[in-house]
Design a protein around this ligand. Sequence first.
Ligand code: 13P
Length: 235
Amino acid sequence: MIIAGNFKANHTRASTAEYLSALDSLSDQKKEEDSIVIFPPFTALDNYNLKNIKIGAQNGYPAEKGSYTGEICLEALSEFDIDTILIGHSERRHILKEPQDFIVRKYEFFKRNNFNIFYCVGEPIEIRQKGIESVMNYIDKQLENIDVGYQNLVIAYEPVWAIGTGLTASVEDIEEVHKAIRERVETPILYGGSVNASNAADILNSSFVDGVLVGGASLVAEEFYKIIKASANIS
Ligand code: 13P
């Protein structure tokens, strides 16, 4: 399983360091084959000395370096040996209006640089209400021109209506969508959207689920560790 935490624009440099040190010690008991990935804000990237946790970038501009005010390029990420990135998160698609062709450029760039790419897809509520066929048509558009055969790809299915709302997709809905995505890709498929310590076990035990991408419930190390424990069946 892959248990990933996306801090979004939460945590400072100091609180991230404290968090990582606490979570890294707690995670000594994690299942060997489980991977833990944390995506902190850029200002908290550093050369952490962690045994159990991998650090990823929440975003990146598709260039080595250059005149891209406010963006972070490959050179800056490489300083901290970052080789994992989130691309296509719904908050970047919707709030920051990133269009699919730009997302594809990012994907191609970071693929060329052998990054592990966590590529996010997911439908808004009005599409969900139309049923599974509309949901998959929507997701297919988000997969357009994305090389799904890339070996370092992880897909994160995050229905927009479930993100930060406390509404989680039902296990049946998750399995239905993941099964349909599984017909399109061979890479791991994570679920994201209001995953927490109470619902994690059910979600992680569902078919076609290879892990979770957690926002709000990843922000406190002890809470996030409960999700890691749910994966390892540790009580
Ligand atoms: P929440 O877990 O806060 O719903 O966020 C999910 C998410 O967007 C992770 O990338």
